[in-house]
Design a protein around this ligand. Structure first.
Ligand code: PEP
Length: 253
């Protein structure tokens, strides 16, 4: 049985004080959640304060990126030791906004994944196609390239520590959600690529989240799909009631 994982990606939203308030609301809302892993990813600036809020609770901390070098002259970047020291457990890597706006490549995703794993943290690896790619019939080759790139030189043991977030780019922040069938079919394909690389037991164990306009009203249908093991949530994670409603939908599956 794969445990559901619902992660809130706050992106560039919320000041530090707003982040602390939202984190406290979420901690309070999910205190009786037993079976679903709950993760929140504030900005780097707010992460240390949010870490204090979630410490000892059933909410885990993620950050939205990391650099693959240990330290040094990399203005604007944050290292894995900095992230680890504050108690983060997850790192979101390869988000489509990083790929689209900040020159994220298959190589940089792979380096970040390796660095994250080497520090004992767990990567949430984002993959997904644009509408043009889907309509152009290259969905499968795009996803295969992204998966093979992210997992290059990773052992099966390392792969087991990762989470994949399948996020169709056309559904992120647009309010257009993939249908349950579209999401299931694509996520089954993602799992089949993992099977080709690592074999059945790893591919059956790795969790694959869906991301892209997941909201309280569509979460139940998406989460009921066989190959959907949770959600990476943007907009709906910015309010505790909508984030909690999605978590409750996972918990009720
Ligand atoms: C995301 O950015 O990972 C995301 C899924 O955003 P939204 O839920 O707002 O579409």
């Amino acid at each position: 049985m794969r445990q559901y994982i619902i992660a809130g990606n706050w992106k560039m939203n919320k000041t530090v004080s707003e982040s602390v308030i939202l984190a406290k609301q979420i901690v309070d809302a999910v205190k009786d959640i037993k079976n679903t892993e709950v993760v929140i990813a504030p900005t780097f600036l707010a992460a240390a304060k949010v870490a204090d809020v979630v410490k000892g609770t059933n909410v885990k901390l993620a950050v939205q990126d990391v650099h693959w070098k240990d330290q040094g002259a990399f203005t604007g970047k944050v290292s894995i030791d900095m992230v680890k020291e504050i108690g983060a457990e997850y790192v979101i890597i390869g988000h489509s906004e990083q790929r689209q706006y900040f020159h994220e490549t298959e190589e940089s995703v792979n380096l970040k994944v390796k660095k994250t794993l080497s520090a004992g943290l767990k990567p949430i690896i984002c993959i997904g196609e644009t509408l043009e790619q889907r309509n152009g019939g290259i969905l499968e080759s795009v996803l295969t390239t992204q998966i093979e790139g992210a997992y290059k030189d990773l052992s099966a043991d390392e792969a087991l520590k990762t989470v994949i977030a399948y996020e169709p780019v056309w559904a992120i922040g647009t309010g257009v959600v993939a249908t349950d069938e579209q999401a299931q079919d694509t996520q089954a394909f993602v799992r089949s690529v993992m099977k080709n690389i690592y074999g059945e037991s790893v591919s059956e164990a790795v969790r694959i989240q869906y991301g892209g306009s997941m909201k309280p009203d569509n979460a139940k249908g998406l989460l009921a799909q066989k190959d959907i093991d949770g959600g990476l949530i943007g907009g709906a994670a910015l309010k505790s009631d909508s984030f909690f409603a999605i978590i409750a939908a996972a918990e009720a599956q």
